[in-house]
Design a binder for this molecule. Structure first.
Ligand SMILES: C[S@@+](CC[C@H](N)C(=O)[O-])C[C@H]1O[C@@H](n2cnc3c(N)ncnc32)[C@H](O)[C@@H]1O
Length: 252
């Protein structure tokens, strides 16, 4: 008996028409406006500056992507490691810690700077993930839309379980939407990337993971900001992904 030939699924041709872009298309239809930058803010540079001042110098509704990795006081207080100023805790302790009020000011500045439907990738640790960070952005136009877990591959501190992951909360400025805004659809919500000691910063975040996230919500040439950039991992990610970095750190 002859078998009927199996019907093959034909690939759907990719559309370049934004109006026909499906939820799963790789087209970003939200466009970032051109930016008039003050002369102090040089693109793709490690600026030594206060992050709040940096944010106040950027025009409102102007950038599609922000990263923020607070140097929060909360961890040291609540977990009471008791090793501040000693070998293991030393590199963390010498960094300028952020109070809750300062973190809120950063969130307000980022909210003002993002374009409508722009994204903020906010790094949090296990403690803040469980306690909740909602209070940090009360009164802003930001909303949580997703969460990505970074599996660092290395084992850190922790009395009960030892830490191997950090978390990146994905926030979006209103109006919340995915279609035509988020354009990579095969990202999983747990991403492994070995932590590297090469960056010489105790809190350095993964360059490729951040590159993938910014690629999902921006187009080539778009601006990506990080107002507390530490080792400037976001700068490297932006250059790798042909985006334009703007950012600073108190330490430069
Ligand atoms: C958690 S680290 C950022 C690490 C960074 N994401 C990376 O991948 O290397 C936070 C940084 O915030 C900086 N910082 C603290 N207060 C600041 C402020 N007011 N303005 C700018 N940077 C600040 C600290 O110096 C520290 O390097």
């Amino acid at each position: 008996m002859s078998r009927k030939p199996r019907k093959l699924n034909r690939p759907v041709p990719a559309t370049t028409d934004p109006l026909r872009a499906s939820v799963f298309s790789g087209i970003r239809t939200v466009q970032a406006p051109p930016l008039d930058l003050p002369k102090e803010i040089l693109p793709n540079t490690r600026l030594k500056m206060d992050g709040i001042k940096f944010l106040s110098m950027l025009p409102g509704d102007s950038v599609p992507v922000a990263f923020f990795d607070p140097q929060y006081r909360g961890v040291l207080d609540k977990l009471a490691y008791g090793n501040e100023g000693q070998t293991r805790g030393k590199r963390r302790f010498v960094l300028q810690q952020m109070t809750m009020d300062l973190i809120k000011k950063f969130m307000i500045g980022i909210d003002r700077t993002l374009i409508p439907s722009g994204h903020l990738f906010l790094w949090v640790d296990k403690f803040h993930l469980c306690q909740g960070v909602r209070e940090w952005f009360d009164g802003t136009n930001l909303d949580i839309v997703d969460l990505v877990t970074w599996d660092k591959g290395t084992t850190g501190m922790g009395y009960r379980t030892r830490r191997r992951a950090e978390y990146c909360v994905v926030l979006q400025k209103q109006p919340r939407k995915a279609k035509g805004v988020w354009k990579i659809h095969n990202l999983t919500d747990v991403i492994s990337e070995p932590a590297t000691k090469k960056r010489d910063h105790p809190h350095a975040k993964p360059v490729d993971l951040q590159g993938e996230l910014m690629t999902a919500v921006s187009n080539e040439g778009d601006y990506v900001i990080d107002p507390a950039a530490g080792s400037f991992s976001v700068l490297d990610a932006a250059i790798n992904r042909r985006r334009t970095f703007l950012g600073c750190d108190l330490e430069g």
